[in-house]
Design a protein around this ligand. Structure first.
Ligand code: ADP
Ligand code: MG
Ligand code: MG
Length: 249
């Protein structure tokens, strides 16, 4: 599904990613971990196509097509979803209206008409029920006064509605309480299937007690320095990152 080859990227003349190779197949959950400043969010941003980052070398192949020339919207229309580390507030636009617009934009890009209102409503109800989202929440203004947990709930709701092929969830390094982590974990577990894939970027080993990854990659200094199965996350929880640094020298 996603094949990243020798990716080098930076920002404002600064080299951040220094040769990333990563392959993600349908049905897999990958975790990317690493110390603060190692380039995790940069990797997510470069895959999603954020314009401020410069791709210096390498390829990003998604579903057989090189996507590094596409803008973020085009990538989203192809089925890529990036969670927002700092979601925007849009007063006056409800959670429901925001997602309706996003879905219809994606359909338009594929040459489809708007989703019929009754079908949209059915889908909203179905996904809200699945994620145990209160109906009142759906008519609130997007992110306005949302708690950390509510922001996550909205993000997972967007994910459920958009049904992307590949979701990249970049979790902030701080500020998420255990309830918010559980919202993310439960949502991801309900949404994962043999046809989609998830990359969870996290500083929190404890998130991985709830979302069990198939593969764990450690990013350090802009490179993936170690990959393994879920047991690597437990090892990192116990031993931190320093032992990996020592292995490298
Ligand atoms: P992580 O998500 O692993 O904490 P980041 O990808 O956010 O790491 O950052 C990697 C490096 O890139 C850091 O040294 C950071 O200071 C730098 N960096 C990230 N974003 C920017 C930016 N917008 N401008 C300049 N430097 C940046
Ligand atoms: Mg950081
Ligand atoms: Mg980050």
């Amino acid at each position: 599904m996603l094949h990243i080859k020798n990716l080098h990227a930076g920002i404002e003349g600064k080299d951040i990613l220094k040769g990333i190779d990563l392959e993600v197949n349908a049905g897999e959950v990958h975790a990317i971990m690493g110390p603060n400043g190692s380039g995790k969010s940069t990797l997510a941003s470069v895959i999603a196509g954020k314009e401020e980052f410069e791709l210096q070398q390498g390829e990003i192949v998604f579903e057989g097509a090189e996507i590094s020339e596409l803008d973020p919207e085009e990538r989203a229309h192809k089925g890529l979803f990036l969670s927002f580390q700092y979601p925007i507030e849009i007063p006056g636009v409800t959670v429901t209206n925001f997602i309706k617009t996003a879905i219809n934009e994606t359909r338009k890009a594929k040459g489809l008409k708007d989703m019929p209102a009754s079908e949209m409503l059915k889908k909203i109800k179905e996904k809200a029920d699945m994620l145990e989202i209160d109906r009142k929440f759906l008519s609130r203004s997007l992110n306005e006064g949302f708690s950390g947990g509510e922001k996550k709930r909205n993000e997972i709701f967007q994910l459920a509605m958009m049904e992307p092929k590949l979701a990249i969830l970049d979790e902030t390094d701080s500020g998420l309480d255990i309830d918010a982590l559980k919202v993310v974990a439960d949502g991801v577990n309900k949404l994962k299937s043999k046809d989609n894939a998830v990359i969870v970027i996290t500083h929190y080993q404890r998130l991985l007690n709830h979302i069990v990854p198939d593969y764990v990659h450690v990013l350090m200094g802009g490179k993936i320095v170690k990959s393994g199965g879920k047991e690597l996350a437990y090892e990192l929880e116990e031993r931190g990152y320093d032992w990996i640094k020592e292995e490298l020298v």
